[in-house]
Design a protein around this ligand. Structure first.
Ligand SMILES: [Zn+2]
Ligand SMILES: [Zn+2]
Length: 161
């Protein structure tokens, strides 16, 4: 009795047709199929290991990667790509986990835009105090005291104003 067989594209061995796994138009044995592919943990699509945008434990296909980068709410396994600023002062990030926060991407994006915004330093009396200082009526130290600003902040803001 002749069982139908096929040749695996990768290991070139012969296998019964029952073990045939097709991937991107090629035939593989089950073992080779497992070896070269993985399953996206979000959508379940089979992808090549070399096209895995996630981790070994939580594979991610390209579509889900793009969907994710637009999303505000991330799934539990999400790991942001770190941004390195080289040597120098450290910039620390904050991970925000919200229970029962709902799944509104727009709300999440709004929170992130606030959290990631450069914080403007606003003083209602800024223009008035700077005007006094420019006319020489008060010292820089006095201006900084009235504005509750450190000298570095004061001079930076004055230069920009
Ligand atoms: Zn094989
Ligand atoms: Zn996917």
């Amino acid at each position: 009795m002749n069982e139908p067989t096929f040749i695996c594209t990768r290991c070139h061995s012969e296998f019964p047709v029952l073990e045939r796994r097709e991937f991107e138009g090629r035939d593989y044995c089950t073992r080779c199929h497992e070896a070269i592919t993985t399953v996206c943990h979000v959508c379940g699509a089979r992808i090549k290991h070399t096209r895995n945008h996630g981790t070994r434990k939580t594979p991610l296909c390209e579509c889900c990667l793009h969907a994710r980068s637009r999303a505000g709410v991330q799934d539990y396994y999400y790991q942001p790509r770190p941004i390195f600023y080289g040597r120098g002062p450290r910039y620390l990030g904050v991970e925000l986990e919200i229970d029962c926060g709902g799944e509104s991407d727009s709300s999440a994006n709004e929170i992130m835009s606030v959290a990631n915004a450069e914080k403007p330093i606003v003083r209602d009396n800024f223009d008035a105090v700077v005007a006094l200082w420019r006319r020489g009526e008060i010292t820089a130290a006095e201006a900084q005291r009235r504005l509750d600003m450190k000298p570095s902040t004061f001079y930076r803001k004055v230069r920009r104003s």
